[in-house]
Design a protein around this ligand. Structure first.
Ligand code: NI
Length: 390
């Protein structure tokens, strides 16, 4: 059992609210990183800066054991907060609407507990406070700067607040839990003209419409129905007025998958469809695909053992929520070492915590914070002493 006492729970809430008031976007997390460093200094935890605004701390237990890492993201979103909470964002147009304030505060709470356990703590715990999860991505630069190398991390875990799960619940699902997040940008070019004389022009609009419809076949007709795929066209812009043939249309969209082979197949099919329809409609096309984060795949064995360990050593409910098609750059950590992306239930009607992440009304039930601290500490102690075997 891990005991998160009242004083620690109150400290975590205080830290979370302080961070919530001062939301900072990716790679601008200067105040947040300063809070993290101040707290780690107070706990006499060695730390260093990586990836500009990222911070990594190391807690060395005095007993022999394994090395694990715990990761929290620190960045906020460009959203104007509308919760009306007394500790709401003081910065116009920026908000912690994805709970990264809670992630950072919980990891600091876990650091406090683990630091106090040093004499009996087996192994080493690396604390990763990561910038820019919402983009352009802080995980890869931290890995490039060696955050998993010194000391050599053997397993990693993270928590993300989840308004689908009730407070008191932690969700751990083996295998894929988040999707790849690739983007595409397509320009369709024809030849402009008078709307009354279509035969003298090449209309970019029907060609674009045909492309949008044909793309639906990737998920509907070309992918195994048991695989997860999203092809969304999010924007379409073109034309001038009712009686003018449009010479150019711009489209953009997102491509998502849980499996790397499926991800590659989507890209090939997209190119084939665009080329084929361009030829049929006599238009020129320019297609750009921008690769985003890979899918997050939880190590199946580590996930199962972590879930079992939580059931044995805590009173929390351990669920197995369905994977989502959202993205997370924790994927890069989990590609390098066995990793688990765990979900922390923050839903409660009483606390008004019913809105989805990225909503201007997003809130969490702060009672979840102590469950989160407990979860992180149990991962670290369980991996350290070998009970959550690797
Ligand atoms: Ni998030």
């Amino acid at each position: 059992m891990v005991e998160v006492d009242e004083a620690l729970a109150a400290r975590v809430i205080e830290l979370r609210r302080a961070i919530h008031r001062r939301p900072e976007l990716g790679f601008e997390e200067h105040e947040t990183a300063a809070i993290v460093e101040r707290e780690l200094d107070e706990l006499q935890i060695e730390h260093r800066r990586l990836a500009r605004t990222g911070v990594a701390g190391v807690i060395r237990g005095e007993q022999p054991g394994h090395v694990c890492a715990l990761r929290a993201d620190m960045d906020a979103l460009p959203i104007g907060e509308r919760t009306g909470l007394p500790f709401a964002s003081e910065i116009a147009g920026k908000m912690h609407a994805c709970g990264h304030d809670a992630h950072t505060a919980m990891l600091l709470g876990a650091a406090r507990l683990l630091a106090a356990m040093r004499p009996q703590l087996a192994g080493t715990v690396v604390l990763i406070f990561q910038p820019a999860e919402e983009g352009p991505g802080g995980a890869q630069p931290m890995i490039d700067e060696g955050v998993l190398d010194t000391p050599k991390v053997e397993a990693i875990a993270m928590l993300h607040v989840d308004p689908r799960l009730d407070v008191g619940t932690v969700g751990i699902t083996p295998g894929p839990v988040n999707a790849s997040t690739d983007e595409f940008y397509l320009t369709v070019r024809g030849k402009g003209g008078h709307g009354a004389y279509p035969h003298t022009a090449v209309d970019a609009i029907p060609a674009s419409a045909a492309i949008v419809l044909a793309l639906q076949n990737i998920a509907a007709r070309e992918t195994d129905p048991l695989e997860s795929v999203v092809v969304t066209v999010g924007t379409i812009r073109g034309g001038y007025r009712n009686n003018v043939i449009a010479d150019e249309v711009d489209l953009s969209g997102t491509l998502r998958a849980h499996d790397l082979k499926v991800r590659d197949a989507i890209e090939r099919r997209l190119r084939r469809i665009v080329d084929g329809i361009a030829s049929a409609y006599n238009v020129q096309t320019e297609l750009q695909i921008v690769h985003g984060y890979p899918p997050v795949v939880n190590d199946p064995q580590l996930a199962e053992r972590f879930a079992e360990y939580l059931r044995e050593h805590s009173r929390m409910a351990v669920a197995r929520p369905a994977p989502t098609m959202g993205g997370e750059d924790f994927a890069y950590f989990a590609q390098r070492v066995p990793g688990v992306h765990a979900r922390l239930g923050v839903r409660s009607e009483a606390a008004g915590a019913i809105h989805p992440g990225h909503s201007a009304h997003f809130r969490i039930d702060e009672a979840a914070l102590r469950v989160g601290v407990e979860t992180l500490v149990l991962f670290a102690t369980g991996v350290g002493n070998g009970e959550i075997g690797l």
